[in-house]
Design a binder for this molecule. Structure first.
Ligand SMILES: Nc1ncnc2c1ncn2[C@@H]1O[C@H](COP(=O)(O)OP(=O)(O)O)[C@@H](O)[C@H]1O
Ligand SMILES: [Mg+2]
Length: 139
């Protein structure tokens, strides 16, 4: 697992390149790499813009049937007061507000967002490798 503190917009640059590297090594193709990098970028930028500081954790996951990459972004900001509304509005096709989260949700396979009581926000996303790409003969 890799952990990156996030506080300044500058931090996003390093996170982007390291996450791309990890995703590539794990066997994700160019398009999925782009989706993963864009997602971590949006989430990290949300921390800088809306929550001051936080932590990005990236881990490669291996289950019996599938493997993938999981990204957790936790911050210590104010949380999202109108989370329900934002999630609902991010389902609307033409919404501009909440476009970042909407895009992340569409780009990744699993998406969860939780407001931690008095402790900020936790977003967790996962991208699974397509089966045909992960056959290396390795278990
Ligand atoms: N980490 C966060 N902490 C607090 N509020 C957040 C966080 N991430 C998102 N938000 C809130 O959710 C809204 C929607 O986020 P997003 O879809 O990324 O759009 P944008 O960042 O462009 O406003 C933000 O405007 C903000 O109010
Ligand atoms: Mg945003």
């Amino acid at each position: 697992m890799k952990r990156f503190p996030i506080k300044y917009e500058w931090d996003v640059v390093d996170i982007r390149s390291q996450v791309r590297e990890l995703a590539k090594k794990h066997g994700f193709g160019d398009l999925d790499q782009a989706r993963i990098v864009q997602s971590v970028s949006e989430l990290a930028k949300n921390v800088v813009e809306h929550a001051e500081e936080g932590i990005v954790e990236v881990c490669l996951i291996q289950e019996e049937e599938r493997s993938g990459i999981r990204i957790k972004v936790q911050d210590f900001g104010p949380g999202i007061e109108d989370l329900e509304m934002i999630l609902r509005s991010s389902e609307a096709p033409a919404s501009v507000e909440g476009f970042g989260l909407k895009q992340v949700r569409e780009s990744m396979d699993d998406f969860s967002i939780r407001v931690l009581e008095g402790k900020g926000t936790l977003v967790q996303v996962t991208k699974w490798l397509e089966e045909q790409r992960q056959t290396d003969g390795s278990p």
